[in-house]
Design a protein around this ligand. Structure first.
Ligand code: FES
Length: 249
């Protein structure tokens, strides 16, 4: 038998909602998602939450826990003081569907807008060859589990719905950077797209995205800053500009 702890959950839908208080049993080793499941099994059978793997790999259980964007399945209850009330609310940057479930389709729209990997002409799958150093550079970005915590915390869109059409967000800056660094990607316009279509210029490098990434991807240092620097080089260095016209790169 565990101890009783205070737990507070936002309940509601896209029209209204409020925080609801619970006293709930907590056992050693449990995570926030375990407590939500216990509430569903005992006191709140209609409590909506999205989850899937319970192993920090599917990116479904993103929520805000005491105001911080986190994965419910990777946040141990022992992180909090026994007397502390643990408050769980839905991601703030996306519209609420119900309770802890938000509509993250903004992200899928931005994913669709980013052109896919473009292999060079005349090279078939299976014939791609690249240096190990290039594989390793992009490997970091491929660890992304698409939990969208970085998108949620980004102040450019967190309280600014009006910026969403012009801003793709950190998750898609790492995707653009990964493809831009890919030695076999045939597209030459990824830097220009990052500026003109993804709105990378809105980012002022506060590193909030890096801080919340559960995969510890260095989003700002390894993707956003290099993309910004290369975009600037390309746009304002006359030799780079001329080279890009002649060599299309
Ligand atoms: Fe899959 Fe939490 S349930 S990341």
């Amino acid at each position: 038998m565990g101890e009783k702890r205070n737990f507070r959950v936002w309940r509601g839908d896209d029209s209204s909602g409020q925080l609801q208080d619970f006293q709930v049993e907590v056992n050693e080793g449990e995570v926030v998602l375990d407590i939500i499941h216990r509430l569903q099994a005992t006191q709140a059978p209609d409590l909506a939450v999205r989850w899937n793997c319970k192993a920090g790999k599917c990116g479904s259980c993103s929520m805000e826990i005491n105001g911080k964007p986190r994965l419910g399945c990777m946040t141990r209850m022992s992180t909090f003081e026994p007397t502390e009330t643990v408050t769980v609310t839905p991601l703030r940057t996306f519209p609420v569907i119900r309770d802890l479930v938000t509509d993250v389709s903004f992200n899928y729209q931005k994913a669709r807008e980013l052109p896919a990997f473009a292999p060079p002409a005349g090279v078939a799958p299976g014939e791609y060859r690249m240096q190990q150093v290039d594989v390793e550079r992009s490997q970091e970005f491929r660890k992304c589990i698409e939990c969208f915590l970085c998108q949620n915390v980004c102040h450019v869109i967190r309280d600014h719905e009006e910026n969403k059409p012009a801003f793709a967000g950190p998750r898609f800056f790492i995707r653009a950077a990964e493809l831009d660094m890919h030695p076999l990607d045939a597209r030459t316009d990824r830097k220009d797209m990052a500026v003109e279509e993804q709105g990378i210029g809105y980012c002022n490098i506060t590193k909030c995205c890096t801080e919340v990434c559960p995969e510890h991807i260095k989003i700002t240092d390894n993707a956003i800053i290099p993309m910004k620097e290369r975009a600037v080089d390309r746009r304002y260095d006359p030799i780079a500009w001329l080279g890009s016209k002649i060599f299309r790169r």
